[in-house]
Structure formats: C-alpha cells, structure tokens
Design a protein around this ligand. Structure first.
Ligand code: ATP
Ligand code: MG
Length: 255
C-alpha cells in the first residue's frame, strides 16, 4: 500500500491482507476466506511466524507421499490460489501431481477467475472445471462434495491445504491419504489428516517443493521408507510441545 512504510513490523502480513482483499474483488476469494486467513494468522503468532523445525518431518513426508502416489491431486481453494499460485504450479511440476479447483462457495464466476489466475501462474492442466465430469464425495453437504471424476474422486493421495474438517474426514473415509497445511494444530482438519503441516501456506508449499526435489534423488523404496516412518499423532504432539515450550520461554519460565 502507498500508506504502508516498508519497515512497518507487520509489513508482510498487512501486504498479504491487502492482496487478499483485492482477490475478493477479483472473485478469486470468497469473503469468508478472509476470516479463515485471520484465524490462521493468530496461530502464526504462536509459532513465531516461521517454519518450526518440528514441521520439517511432515513436510518431507508430504513430499514423499505426493511423489510415490499413483494418482496425486493438489486441491486448490480460493485462499491457496490467491496466496501462492506460482508455488502451487511448481509443486505440481516437482511431484507430478495434478491441480484441481475445489471450492466451498462454488460458482462459475469463481472457477473462471481462479482458472485464469492459475494459468497466468503457469498451470497447464486444471481439473475441477468441467461440470460434465463431476463426481461426488459421499457424506458431504456443501458444494465441496463436487469433485472431478478424473481427479479427486479417483485420487489415492490428496493435498488439501487450508481445508475444512468435514471434507478432510470424508476423504480419509474414502481411503485416501490426505495431506493438509493448517496453522491451527487443533483444527479438525489437522487432527484428521494423514499428514498435517502446521505452517503458513506461503512458507510450507515452497518447502514441500524443495523436499520433493531432494527426495527425487532417492529411489521409490527409499521414498516409501520416509513415508512409512511418519507418524501424524507423534507430529501433532511435537507441534503442541513446540508451542508450549515457546510460550514458556517467552514467559521467562525456566525449562
Ligand atoms: P476445521 O473445520 O478443520 O475444524 P476451521 O473450521 O477452524 O477448521 P476452516 O475455515 O474450515 O477452519 O479452514 C481454514 C483453516 O486454515 C483454519 O484452521 C486456519 O487456521 C487455516 N489457515 C488459514 N489461513 C492459513 C494460511 N495462510 N496458512 C496456513 N493455514 C491457514
Ligand atoms: Mg471448518
């Protein structure tokens, strides 16, 4: 913004908020997406606004899951498309996963706005845009149940950053491996997913791409070992311990 000095302590955060407001005007983001972002930011304070070391394991496991999957899909909602379109394209290219648009507040207008944005970011193929190819996830009420019958419906691994708890649970029930990014380790999504990454999406997605590029130097069996060695309940406990230790240190408590 013209009013915002670059040395403002919250420069990045404010710049991101202004960008998201622009993305609401551009129909990429539903207004509700702004509220979800605010909730994420609150948790970012707790982790110190940088990727904690304890999240590197989940990031690496997520990259291994996408690389070794038969049919991996990266699900895009308005927030993900608005915040890191290029990074999403790079992750798709590094892992061989396909991109699919999937919206809670689904409209033709939004699908078209997101498609345009993603194509500008370099995406070549985008699923979830063809009404004739629609399939449905059972047990979900919202518009988010509509998925591409050649994408999420038949995927074995789905990456759903900033996802809602209901849908994460439904995807897991369908037998899919579900990866999420969610700054809130206590959300139903974080608790239900197969792999939960407690980090900001703009930091975690490029980190996943870097991990994928490293893992590609290994063979498939070695990649599967990385994946099998991952335990989401253990990672959840570590994430909570990290926040707890950080708060104790800030409070001046002896450890
Ligand atoms: P749940 O349904 O899983 O219990 P919720 O209802 O609190 O969660 P939703 O609005 O359904 O949340 O999903 C958005 C989630 O994404 C929130 O948990 C929020 O913390 C998280 N989030 C929002 N913005 C970001 C971001 N930029 N990076 C990472 N996580 C984010
Ligand atoms: Mg929710």
């Amino acid at each position: 913004s013209e009013f915002l000095p670059k040395d403002h302590p919250r420069y990045e955060s404010i710049r991101m908020r202004e960008h998201l407001v622009d993305m609401v005007d551009a129909k990429v983001l539903a207004p509700e997406g702004l509220i979800a972002h605010g909730r994420g930011e609150a948790f970012d304070y707790l982790i110190g606004e940088k990727t904690p070391d304890c999240v590197l394991g989940p990031i690496r496991a997520a990259a291994a899951a996408l690389l070794t999957a038969e049919r991996p899909i990266i699900s895009l909602n308005g927030n993900a498309a608005a915040l890191c379109p290029e990074a999403m394209v790079e992750l798709a290219e590094a892992t061989g996963a396909k991109l699919e648009i999937n919206l809670f507040y689904r409209s033709r207008e939004r699908i078209e706005a997101i498609t345009k944005l993603m194509e500008k970011a370099g995406a070549r193929e985008i699923l979830g845009t063809d009404e004739a190819r629609q399939g449905q996830i059972p047990e979900i009420g919202s518009e988010r149940k509509r998925v591409d019958s050649e994408g999420i419906l038949i995927a074995d691994t789905v990456f759903v950053p900033l996802e809602d708890g209901d849908r994460t649970e439904a995807l897991v029930k369908m037998g899919k491996r579900v990866i999420t990014i969610d700054l809130n380790p206590l959300s139903r999504t974080s608790r239900t997913a197969s792999i939960s990454i407690m980090d900001h999406i703009v930091r975690a997605v490029p980190a996943m791409t870097r991990a994928a590029i490293e893992l590609k130097k290994l063979n498939k069996t070695e990649c599967l070992t990385v994946l099998d060695g991952f335990d989401n309940d253990k990672a959840f406990a570590e994430a909570l311990r990290f926040i707890s230790a950080r708060l104790k240190a800030l409070a001046g408590d002896a450890s």
